[in-house]
Design a protein around this ligand. Structure first.
Ligand SMILES: Cc1cc2nc3c(=O)[nH]c(=O)nc-3n(C[C@H](O)[C@H](O)[C@H](O)COP(=O)(O)OP(=O)(O)OC[C@H]3O[C@@H](n4cnc5c(N)ncnc54)[C@H](O)[C@@H]3O)c2cc1C
Length: 249
């Protein structure tokens, strides 16, 4: 892997253990939806992990949005970085969780847990989804309402695309009158998500992208497959695209 040296130019701890890191690094152009590797030096080697870009390709600062994983190896080091610190970024991005791999449809459903939101913000910061899909539903499931981040950006889209953009925040461990308390899978099983958005999630009209916690991705994919939707594969277009942030143990 070829590394380029980057510099931390901004940090934000949105809520305890939930961070954005802004980085400047001379990487090669990437496509919204892709990820890269980021690394810090440790004992003469580079400790690295993959992270999705939250920024759009045209934005000058790279934004990485991550959760501090207790007993994790890299995230405690990322959380301790300061302005001006060195960070390594892979020169070339990777990944096929991009809109060119998603067939046309009337509705684009984006299902994220936690920091899985980031990759969808990157996609939505480009023009393509707004030009290709009549409706875009962004569902973000978090444990606590303080983890519903990037609200200014989301509010801008709600104002800019009032008929096209649907925002569905889910908070699972706190009662709130402005968010839903059900798990995403229950929202689908009960039909509540479709009721709320007045849209049908069915194969003839929908493309679904899922990102984040592998349990959510696996369980939701199974529910969608029960409705006849199929995974998108390079030679066999379907309706579901997935990105897992870690492996189910
Ligand atoms: C394509 C891709 C893109 C990714 N993009 C992001 C991103 O944008 N933001 C982000 O936060 N993470 C992202 N990840 C996960 C990231 O690469 C690391 O795995 C994560 O940050 C933990 O790193 P660590 O070294 O601290 O923990 P490790 O020492 O690698 O992990 C310890 C264990 O923690 C578990 N784990 C890993 N991530 C999480 C998590 N988020 N929550 C709970 N448990 C976890 C796993 O079971 C893992 O075995 C992505 C992963 C992939 C494969």
């Amino acid at each position: 892997m070829k590394w380029v040296e980057g510099k931390v130019v901004g940090q934000n701890e949105w809520s305890p253990g939930l961070y954005s890191l802004l980085v400047q690094a001379p990487i090669l152009p990437f496509v919204a939806g892709q990820f890269t590797q980021i690394a810090v030096d440790q004992n003469d080697t580079k400790l690295f992990r993959p992270y999705s870009f939250l920024n759009a390709p045209h934005e000058s600062n790279l934004e990485f949005y991550f959760t501090l994983v207790k007993n994790g190896q890299l995230t405690p080091l990322l959380a301790n970085l300061s302005l001006g610190d060195k960070i390594w970024v892979a020169e070339k991005a990777s990944g096929r969780f991009v809109l060119s791999e998603v067939p046309d449809a009337q509705i684009l459903w984006l299902f994220a847990t936690g920091t899985g939101l980031g990759v969808f913000l990157s996609l939505l910061k480009t023009n393509e989804p707004w030009l290709r899909f009549s409706h875009i539903v962004l569902v973000h499931s978090v444990r606590y309402s303080s983890e519903l981040t990037h609200q200014l950006q989301i509010e801008t889209w709600l104002e800019q695309y009032p008929k096209q953009f649907h925002w569905v925040p889910i908070v699972t461990r706190e009662l709130s009158s402005s968010t839903l308390g059900m798990r995403l899978t229950d929202l689908l099983l009960t039909g509540r998500l479709e009721e709320l958005t007045s849209l049908s999630l069915e194969m003839k009209s929908s493309q679904v992208m899922l990102c984040g916690n592998p349990s959510m991705v696996t369980e939701t994919t199974a529910l969608l497959q029960n409705r006849g939707l199929q995974l998108n594969k390079p030679k066999y277009p379907g309706h579901i695209s997935v990105e897992n942030y870690w492996k189910l143990s």
